[in-house]
Design a protein around this ligand. Structure first.
Ligand SMILES: Nc1nc2c(c(=O)[nH]1)N=C([C@H](O)[C@@H](O)CO)CN2
Length: 122
């Protein structure tokens, strides 16, 4: 399967379960892999036929910077739904890292993989 990816997209957000986290903004890092048949845009050389990684990035920045959740799990799930629903993506892997959240760890976070289940005709 072909993919389009976004690596290390940094977005500041209000996130976390502790009181001190409710008073600051923290930088989150997003890595996305999205299934897409890249033969179509390759044949036409037309940006309109792509899964446009700039458009996806812009939408995520818009959403995440306005978001306010306790858990990274919740934010990751919402982002996955936005990408799948608004950009017609059937499969994705999303890694959401929270750098510096745990002393001694470079980053912590979640990796989720989501696939749209094919609809039967019965
Ligand atoms: N699985 C998770 N564990 C933790 C989360 C989380 O969102 N998912 N969050 C925290 C705190 O907010 C932490 O990031 C502050 O250091 C702890 N564990």
């Amino acid at each position: 399967m072909d993919k389009v990816f976004i690596e290390a997209l940094e977005i500041d957000a209000l996130i976390g379960i502790y009181d001190w986290e409710r008073r600051i903004r923290q930088t989150l890092v997003f890595d996305l892999e999205m299934g897409f048949d890249n033969r179509v845009p390759a044949a036409s050389d037309d940006i309109a036929h792509t899964l446009n990684y700039k458009a996806v990035s812009k939408r995520l920045v818009e959403y995440v910077s306005q978001s306010d959740f306790g858990l990274v799990e919740t934010l990751a799930e919402r982002c996955a739904q936005i990408v799948m629903n608004e950009f017609n993506v059937d499969w994705l892997r999303l890694k959401l890292s929270k750098p510096g959240a745990v002393r001694g760890a470079r980053a912590v976070g979640v990796i989720i993989e989501r696939a749209r289940t094919p609809q039967g005709n019965g």
